[in-house]
Design a protein around this ligand. Structure first.
Ligand code: PEP
Length: 254
């Protein structure tokens, strides 16, 4: 069975004071439930602080972006090796907000993932369609393009080092969650695509759902066969809610 994983995406939120409160809400539960992984992806300036807060715990640290470049004259960029110096194990890539506001495309996202993997980080590669694309019946075509576009750069041999997040754009931050059976259908499709490349990887790779995951819908989503946990935005900013979502993933293991 694939290990469930719940990832908090703080986006551009947090402060030194609230970060400490948030981490203190979940850290004990995460230490006591090692069968479900928990990650928080925090803004770059807080990596040092949160690295200290999660030290010697089972709560893992991640970032929300990384450069595809190794070093040099790339003002404003942060390299994968810098992230590992701060104890990062994961990095979110290809989030729809970065695709939209920073014009990131599938190839660049794949190059960033390659750089992350080369430095021992696990990329969490986001895939998802817009409302117009869904209504036009293009969901699978979009997901397929995003998946293979990124994998073309990552290389099939590194497939197992990735986590994929299905995040329908129309469900992010809107309070509209994909129906569990609709989410499961897309997750199954992603797994089949991966299986066509590598049968073993198809069974091993974790595919998590993101898009208005809340404490009251998490279990219903996570209990589907091909949903291996969640990528949580807004609700990861409430210690109580994030803890409940994390514990919902644990219930699936029972
Ligand atoms: C996200 O930012 O990846 C996300 C899924 O946000 P939210 O949970 O707020 O919809």
């Amino acid at each position: 069975m694939r290990k469930q994983i719940v990832v908090g995406n703080w986006k551009m939120n947090g402060s030194r004071v609230t970060n400490e409160i948030l981490v203190s809400h979940v850290i004990n539960d995460v230490n006591e439930n090692v069968d479900v992984e928990c990650v928080i992806c925090v803004p770059f300036p807080f990596l040092g602080q949160v690295q200290t807060l999660v030290k010697n715990s089972e709560l893992s640290l991640g970032a929300q972006n990384v450069s595809d470049q190794v070093k040099g004259a790339f003002t404003g960029e942060v390299s994968a090796s810098m992230l590992t110096e701060f104890g990062c194990k994961f990095v979110i890539l290809g989030h729809s907000e970065r695709r939209m506001y920073n014009l990131e495309n599938d190839v660049l996202i794949g190059q960033k993932a390659r750089s992350a993997i080369a430095n021992g980080l696990t990329p969490i590669i986001c895939l998802g369609e817009s409302l117009e694309e869904r209504e036009a019946g293009d969901t699978k075509a979009i997901i397929k393009r995003q998946l293979h576009g990124a994998l073309g750069e990552v290389g099939h041999e590194s497939l197992e080092r990735c986590i994929f997040a299905y995040e329908p754009i129309w469900a992010i931050g809107t309070g509209k969650t994909a129906k569990p059976e609709a989410a499961q259908e897309v997750h199954r499709f992603i797994r089949e695509e991966i299986t066509h490349i590598d049968n073993y990887a198809g069974q091993q790779v974790r595919i998590i759902y993101g898009g208005s995951v809340k404490s009251d819908n998490a279990f219903e989503l996570f209990s589907n066969d091909d949903i291996d946990g969640g990528l949580v935005g807004g609700a990861s900013l409430s210690g109580e809610d994030f803890k409940k979502i994390y514990l919902a993933a644990k219930q699936k293991n029972k």
